[in-house]
Design a protein around this ligand. Structure first.
Ligand code: ATP
Length: 493
């Protein structure tokens, strides 16, 4: 199985990304290291000593079958200890790996949210949390070291007991003239080597069991099957960009009993701007998540040009359907490379054209290195509004057939937002645009408006029609207008 498909299997659903990233880091680092060490070093040692044991056994059996039988019987008793300690080590290894996952999880969460940690002055709190998790791992490691020590002692004692037993039993055989003194000496010499080989085997056996414990978790992930059906092969040269939700019901895997969307049906017509509005938690981003195929609905169908989304070839679909989110993710590369991300070699002219359309061109040129300016880790060298404009340019450069803007201009000032809107509306004859925004003045120009509340479409129409209905849309708009007025009055006072 290729590494990439393994990673694909690990992430059954996007929720996994946040909850099990520490676990996966632990799998990829410590578990696989433990497995590879066991495979490369311990296993070869085990095989070498096993061969030695087999040859020594043949020589010993040739010298005295009785003494050999005695030795084998003693060995059967002696191996009880390592077998028990092996099982114990294996269980302990699983616990240690689980505990290491938690340590990794805390470290990753803290480092990736460093600004939040600092802004709440919770460095000490996070250190304590990390220390607490580390302490649990330390205690488990101490138990493991103790168990290993006791196993060594038990193995040495049992080896010694075997030698004493052989000398005693061999002495009696010599007295009974069943073996000669020379044969006993030869047998003891072989047995010494035999015992040392057994001792090494017993010592390394718990390590192998430990590696088996580590491999259990790794294979658990490898055997996972993605919840999503694999992408299809459809890649038509002409795409209208007509999206249909047909009786879609969906709840998130973490909250299976609470539907985020309930029997939702609507059309997003090709080449026009459709706006999706609604109060917080209405399910707007859930619609986007489903369109991005991050999740599959429990019932109902989502169609693009009358074909289920799953029928489309993955790369094709991602090229044709672009999304810009409220908090876009940029990476630590130049602004040009961020805009042309995933497109390979792209001319500066086309990148600039996309940046102009998203009103990013001017601020980029103000930077000493222009388009070659680094965006910083996760785009930290850019402001929220600049990030949104770069992300918008990234989406526009792809010239997608369906453009989804999920509160994508929320960090922009009104003038910039209006400029971008003009670009979008002038593009609208070519692109299907799904616009999600909390700002009612942004969406009122949309050709079609869908009002979502409590996971259901409760109204639809254009701005004038919806105002005339004096329903939820009308109330949302009035509420926003009166809060703006209050804000302005307060500023004037
Ligand atoms: N990953 C998730 N796991 C479980 N529940 C979720 C998840 N994401 C969202 N939800 C829940 O689904 C419902 C709809 O959320 P959604 O983010 O789609 O609303 P929204 O309309 O986009 O809200 P907002 O305008 O505040 O962004 C909410 O009740 C939310 O708590």
């Amino acid at each position: 199985m290729r590494a990439s498909s393994w990673i694909y299997n690990i992430y059954k659903s996007p929720d996994d990304v946040t909850t099990i990233s520490g676990d996966i880091t632990s799998r990829v680092t410590s578990d696989i290291t433990a497995m590879s060490e066991a495979l490369s070093h311990t296993l070869s040692l085990l095989m070498w000593y096993a061969m030695r044991l087999a040859f020594l056994f043949i020589y010993m059996a040739g010298l005295s079958p009785k003494l050999t039988l005695f030795t084998v019987l003693c060995l059967l008793i002696i191996t009880i200890v390592p077998r028990l300690s092996g099982t114990y080590s294996q269980n302990l290894a699983v616990k240690i790996q689980g505990s290491l996952c938690e340590v990794n999880q805390v470290a990753m969460e803290t480092f990736s949210n460093m600004k939040t940690v600092r802004s709440f002055a919770n460095e000490e709190g996070e250190c304590q949390r990390y220390e607490g998790k580390l302490d649990a791992t330390y205690q488990l490691n101490k138990t493991e070291a103790l168990a290993y020590g006791w196993t060594l002692v038990a193995n040495s004692f049992s080896g010694l007991a075997l030698k004493v037993g052989i000398l005693y039993f061999g002495g009696r055989l010599v007295t009974n003239e069943e073996v000669s003194g020379g044969e006993l000496v030869s047998f003891v010499l072989y047995e010494l080597q035999f015992a040392s080989a057994v001792e090494t085997l017993l010592r390394t056996y718990p390590e192998v069991r430990k590696a088996v414990g580590s491999s259990q978790k790794v294979f658990e992930y490898m055997d996972r099957t993605p919840q999503k059906p694999p992408p299809g092969h459809l890649a038509p040269s002409i795409l209208q960009g007509h999206i249909q939700f047909q009786n879609v019901t969906f709840s998130y895997p973490k909250r299976p009993d609470v539907p985020a969307l309930q029997d939702v049906s609507f059309d997003i017509k090709p080449g026009v701007v459709t706006a999706l509005v609604g109060p917080c938690d209405a399910g707007k981003s859930t619609v986007v998540n489903l369109l991005l195929r991050l999740y599959e609905p429990q019932s109902g169908r989502i169609l693009l040009d009358n074909r289920p989304l799953a029928d489309y070839e993955n790369q094709y679909y991602r090229r044709k359907v672009s999304v810009v989110t409220q908090v876009p993710v940029l990476s630590s590369r130049t602004i040009k490379d961020n805009i042309s991300y995933g497109l390979g070699e792209t001319s500066l002219e086309s990148v600039q054209e996309a940046a102009k359309a998203s009103d990013a061109h001017d601020f980029i040129l103000q930077r000493p290195q222009g388009y070659q300016t680094g965006a910083g880790q996760r785009g930290e060298l850019l402001s929220g509004g600049q990030k949104q404009r770069v992300a918008l340019a990234r989406a526009l450069l792809r010239d997608p057939k369906v453009l989804i803007l999920d509160d994508a201009t929320s960090s922009l000032d009104t003038d910039t937002e209006l400029k971008i809107q003009e670009t979008l509306y002038s593009n609208a004859r070519r692109q299907t645009v799904l616009l999600i925004s909390h700002r009612m003045n942004v969406i009122e120009k949309a050709d079609h408006i869908l009002v979502l509340e409590g996971g259901q479409i409760i109204e639809s129409g254009n701005h004038e029609q919806l105002l005339a209905e004096r329903g939820s849309y009308w109330r949302l708009r009035n509420r926003q207008q009166s809060s703006f007025q209050r804000g302005e009055e307060q500023q004037m006072m």
